[in-house]
Design a binder for this molecule. Structure first.
Ligand code: ZN
Length: 358
C-alpha cells in the first residue's frame, strides 16, 4: 500500500514536471475567451483538464483550477454517481483524500462511498447546480451507503438519494440515522486537509445532541442549506496554489450554539424577496474570474481521460483521446506512462502530446 502511494506520488510529480516543461501558465497567451463571455458556458464545455501542475485560482465560488485529475468511476471502496455530468475532477489532493476516506470508511464499517459532484475538468462556474466546487477542492459524498453490486451507468444517473432530514421540521428522521453516519462524518473531519464539512442543520443538530467523548471535530461540521442526502467535504488551498483564496476559519467551539439555533427559526427558510434575481453564475463573466482562468481555458489537454484518472477503474473508465490531438515537437519531456497514476509506470517510448492551442 505504501509502495503504491509512493509510486502514485512519483508519477504525479513526473506528470507535473513534464507539464511544466511543456509550458508555463504564466507564459501563455490569454486570448481566446472574451472578457464579457459567461464563464459557465466556457468552463461547462470543457471535457478534459488543463495538463499542468495542479493549481487552484480564486475562491471556492469564483475561480478555476488546472492540473485536475479524475477519480475512477469505480474503486474497491467507492462508485462515482451521475457520470454524465463529468464532474469527477479535482485537485490531486482532493481525489487522494476521497480514496483514503473510502478505505477508512470501509474499515469503520461503512459499505463504501457513493461519490457525487466534485468539479468540472477545469473547474469554474457550472451551467447547473453548485455555487462552489469551482477550484477542485470541494466534493459531495452521498449519505446513501454504496450498494453491494456495481451500479449500471443508468442507475448512477437515476438512482435517487434519500434525504435524512424532514423538510418541515428540519430535524433528522431518526429511523434513518445510524451511528455509522456519525462515524463517517467523524472520519472525514479527522483529516488535516479538511477544513469544513457542510451538512444540513438537522444533521449538525443531531451530532450536537448525540456525540459523546471527543467533540472537537464538530467544529468542522458546518450547517448549511441542502446537504440532507449528501455531505460536502472542503479542503484548504493546497501548497503551491498562489492566488487560491483561503476561506475564513471556522469559529472556535463545536458550533452547537446560537449560530445553530438560528437555523431552527423561520428566517433562513423564508422565501427570497427577489426570486427572479440572477444567480451569480448567470452574471459571472470571464472578466470577473481571476485572470489566470483564461490561461487555464487555453491550456492543452492531457492525452486522454485515462491518463489523468486516479484509482481503480474496474474497466469502466473509457479513454477518450482528444480527437484533435496532434503530435507535437519533442520537448525533451520524460516518457509519459500510459496512465500517469498507474501503480507501476511502464517504460515506453514518448507518446505524442496534444498541441498547445492558441
Ligand atoms: Zn457540494
Amino acid at each position: 500500500m505504501k509502495m503504491r502511494n509512493t509510486s502514485v506520488f512519483q508519477a504525479a510529480i513526473r506528470l507535473a514536471a513534464m507539464a511544466v516543461a511543456v509550458f508555463a501558465l504564466s507564459g501563455l497567451e490569454t486570448t481566446g475567451a472574451r472578457a464579457d463571455e459567461l464563464a459557465k458556458d466556457l468552463f461547462g464545455a470543457q471535457k478534459l483538464p488543463a495538463a499542468t501542475a495542479p493549481h487552484s485560482y480564486g475562491f471556492y465560488s469564483k475561480g478555476c483550477f488546472a492540473g485536475g485529475v479524475a477519480i475512477a468511476t469505480d474503486g474497491p471502496t467507492w462508485q462515482a454517481m451521475r457520470l454524465s455530468r463529468n464532474r469527477r475532477w479535482g485537485h490531486p489532493t482532493m481525489i487522494r483524500l476521497i480514496e483514503k476516506l473510502s478505505h477508512d470508511a470501509v474499515a469503520d464499517g461503512w459499505p463504501g462511498l457513493l461519490v457525487g459532484d466534485i468539479s468540472q475538468p477545469r473547474g469554474g462556474p457550472m451551467l447547473t447546480g453548485h455555487a462552489s466546487h469551482q477550484i477542485g477542492l470541494d466534493a459531495d459524498i452521498w449519505f446513501t451507503p454504496m450498494p453491494d453490486h456495481r451500479l449500471t451507468p443508468t442507475e448512477r444517473e437515476n438512482m435517487s438519494a434519500t434525504s435524512l432530514v424532514n423538510d418541515k421540521t428540519h430535524l433528522v428522521i431518526d429511523r434513518l440515522w445510524t451511528p455509522a453516519h456519525e462515524r463517517l462524518l467523524k472520519r472525514a473531519a479527522s483529516y488535516p486537509e479538511v477544513e469544513r464539512i457542510l451538512v444540513n442543520p438537522g444533521i449538525k443538530k443531531k451530532l450536537c445532541d448525540t456525540v459523546t467523548g471527543d467533540r472537537s471535530w464538530l467544529r468542522k461540521i458546518r450547517p448549511f442549506w441542502g446537504h440532507d442526502y449528501h455531505f460536502h467535504v472542503r479542503i484548504g488551498c493546497q501548497p503551491g496554489s498562489v492566488g487560491c483564496k483561503t476561506q475564513e476559519s471556522t469559529p472556535p467551539g463545536d458550533g452547537c450554539d446560537k449560530s445553530l439555533a438560528w437555523w431552527f427559526t423561520e428566517e433562513p427558510w423564508r422565501p427570497s424577496k427577489n426570486p427572479d434575481a440572477p444567480k451569480a453564475r448567470d452574471v459571472m463573466t470571464m472578466a470577473k474570474l481571476p485572470k489566470e482562468c483564461r490561461a487555464v481555458l487555453n491550456a492543452p489537454s492531457p492525452q486522454s481521460e485515462a491518463a489523468v484518472t486516479m484509482g481503480d477503474t474496474g474497466g469502466s473508465a473509457v479513454a477518450t483521446t482528444k480527437p484533435d490531438a496532434k503530435p507535437t515537437v519533442d520537448v525533451g519531456a520524460p516518457p509519459v506512462p500510459a496512465n500517469a497514476f498507474a501503480p507501476t509506470p511502464i517504460k515506453r517510448p514518448p507518446l505524442p502530446l496534444p498541441k498547445p492551442s492558441r
